[in-house]
Design a protein around this ligand. Structure first.
Ligand SMILES: Cc1cc2ncn([C@H]3O[C@H](COP(=O)(O)O)[C@@H](O)[C@H]3O)c2cc1C
Ligand SMILES: O=C(O)c1cccnc1
Length: 365
């Protein structure tokens, strides 16, 4: 694992202090500029031209498919709307949306119409989506999108393991190889994105497990569940953690018991970016949780990550605090996909430009 270049950071600080501005007047931009110098080992740092978002898409056993309406008593009769509502009421859910949204969203990422597609285009970043564990056979999408598929969905963590033995390691290795591909193709900065109905429950479970926090403290509303939905998420996670027992203390066992293929792949992606010495901008709750697990596997990896934004999910704040990361933006976003991190890219580019292009105080006429 390469280390950040502290000599370059010190030189950057000296250079920043000599620029045509009051000492320290560019605040956090100065910290970010110095961090980039330490990451690149050069003053000024290289431009961040090639910024890549990789969206890890997959389903989670804790989500629910759209309930099918009760069949009409007499074939051909209209389905009663009340039957549909009853069916929905029968089952508690961890998400405000049904599982099928995940597969549908993969097609939206491919068509360029998702939130992160639009924001990435505004901020000069590309978006690649990968089906890691979508609970559908996406035969209509390019084979490359499915090249790293581990399985369809995952186990319901309250009653069974998320993954079969060996799958967490395979997904972790897939994440590493995905990072390698992006870096070999020229990535200057990587952003892990996520798409998976129910994934805020998985993220909260991982954060509670790694940090040993009370589950009610870390659970948020995700896509917008009400108090009953939150209580259900808490119950699911508490059952999952008690089922996992001591296995929560080993990262791959933790991913197997209460994680998911996407969580394991994102974890591998974060570790490999660090191995290759390529900076990462973390996004929301899912990449924050994966980063905590990745740090358990490779403690030195965390120095290569910055936090793009603060999400509204409490577990993301706990994860960032534990990682010692201060998010660049706080826009109240709760989308995931990489959408918050891409918004922070111009801030990083601005920090670099300050260091590379500003005049010097000593040259004042
Ligand atoms: C249309 C749509 C697009 C999304 N893009 C990201 N998410 C986000 O919301 C989900 C997590 O929230 P929860 O745990 O409450 O299901 C994930 O898919 C996450 O990527 C979306 C959710 C929806 C509905
Ligand atoms: O913080 C996030 O990334 C987030 C929050 C809610 C739903 N999906 C993602």
């Amino acid at each position: 694992m390469p280390a950040l270049d502290e000599t370059a950071r010190t030189l950057a600080r000296e250079h920043l202090d000599g620029l045509v501005k009051p000492l320290g007047a560019l605040g956090r931009l100065e910290d970010l500029a110095a961090w980039l110098c330490a990451a690149h080992g050069t003053v000024p740092p290289r431009p961040l031209d090639d910024v890549r978002v990789v969206v890890f898409a997959g389903d989670h056993g804790v989500s629910l498919p759209t309930p099918s309406p009760t069949p009409p008593a007499v074939p051909g009769d209209a389905v009663d709307a009340e039957d549909v509502e009853d069916a929905v009421d029968l089952v508690a859910t961890v998400s405000a949306y049904p599982r099928e949204i995940t597969a549908a969203m993969v097609r939206v990422f491919l068509s360029g119409d998702s939130g992160v597609n639009v924001l990435a285009a505004q901020n000069g970043a590309s978006v690649r989506v990968l089906d890691i564990a979508v609970d559908a056979d996406l035969d209509d999408v390019p084979a490359a999108v499915r090249a790293h598929k581990i399985r369809r969905g995952s186990g319901r963590i309250d009653v069974t393991d998320a993954l079969a033995p060996g799958e967490a390691a395979r997904a972790f290795a897939a994440g590493r190889s995905i990072a390698d591909d992006e870096i070999d193709a020229g990535a200057d900065l990587l952003i892990p994105g996520d798409m998976g109905i129910g994934n805020t429950t998985i993220a909260a479970a991982l954060v509670a497990a790694v940090l040993g926090l009370p589950v009610p403290d870390v659970v948020g509303a995700g896509t917008g569940v009400d108090d009953a939905g939150r209580a259900h998420k808490v119950a699911v996670i508490e059952a999952a953690l008690s089922r996992a027992g001591e296995r929560v203390h080993d990262p791959l066992d933790l991913l197997t018991a209460v994680g998911s293929a996407c969580a394991a792949a994102t974890t591998g992606f974060l570790v490999q970016a660090a191995v290759r010495g390529v900076p990462v901008l973390l996004d929301g709750v899912f990449s924050g949780a994966a980063a905590l697990v990745a740090r358990e596997i490779a403690p030195e990896a965390a120095q290569w990550w910055l936090a793009g934004h603060r999400s509204t999910e409490p577990s993301q704040s706990y994860a960032l605090k534990a990682l010692g990361l201060d998010p660049i933006l706080d826009l109240g976003l709760r989308l995931g996909e990489g959408s918050g991190a891409v918004q922070a890219v111009p801030v990083l580019r601005g920090a670099r430009a300050v260091l590379a292009e500003m005049g010097r105080l000593a040259d004042l006429a």
